[in-house]
Design a protein around this ligand. Structure first.
Ligand code: GAR
Length: 200
């Protein structure tokens, strides 16, 4: 069975959705480790509830990003990780991790990239007054929410939509799309999978 490490910084609802799909058998992977850069984040509580090992590691305790990522690499060594899955990990991946896991790091972002990269993509879309936004899953490179796109799903922004209602719609899609894409990428027959879904 393929093995993944999930990286999260916050609530960890995507991490949980992946873990639940793995438990249900719709996603055939083992989550070998949760890596969390924010001590106290709810993602760590979820890992405990799900029985998944967690590494809580604060970048502030390291002299450089390279030193911080080297420590993560050491913890991943021996776990035979096939893919690193960023799920609300709010930190740029540096050359140390990128070099070690080239083409093997995925990210999910709550917009139709390249629109609205970075923090608060949902707030950015609402402020811009667009009528649709969405969810994008892509390979990670050195940029902020850049890298080749694997899948995206559009979401309509209804009149009177609030950040809370839009976030709910977006997260519902994220929680089904991420396990689906992971299953295709790690266990699918096609080498390159690319698909786009219609507006919800
Ligand atoms: C998700 O909506 C994810 O798309 C977003 O953070 C949220 C994490 O939620 N990621 C980014 O904005 C990356 N730039 P979660 O902790 O409940 O999974």
């Amino acid at each position: 069975m393929k093995k993944i490490a999930v990286f999260a910084s916050g609530s960890g609802s995507n991490f949980q959705a992946i873990a639940v799909a793995a438990q249900a058998g719709t996603l055939n992977v083992e989550i070998s480790l949760l890596v969390c850069d924010k001590p106290g984040a709810f993602a760590v509580d979820r890992a405990e509830m799900l029985g998944i090992p967690a590494l809580v590691i604060s970048p502030k305790s390291y002299a450089s990003k390279a030193a911080y990522e080297t420590e993560i690499l050491q913890k991943l060594a021996g776990l035979e990780i096939d893919m690193i899955v960023l799920a609300g990990y709010m930190r740029l991946i540096g050359p140390t991790l990128l070099g070690a896991y080239e083409g093997k790091i995925l990210n999910i972002h709550p917009s139709l990239l390249p629109a609205f990269p970075g923090k608060d993509a949902i707030g950015q879309a609402l402020a811009a007054g667009v009528t649709k936004t969405g969810v994008t899953i892509h390979f990670v490179d050195e940029g902020m929410d850049t890298g080749p796109i694997i899948a995206s799903t559009a979401v309509k922004i209804a009149p009177g939509e609030t950040k809370e209602t839009l976030q709910k719609k977006i997260q519902r899609i994220e929680h089904s799309l991420y396990p689906e894409v992971l299953e295709q990428l790690l266990n699918g027959e096609e080498e390159a999978v690319q698909w786009e879904k219609s507006v919800h």
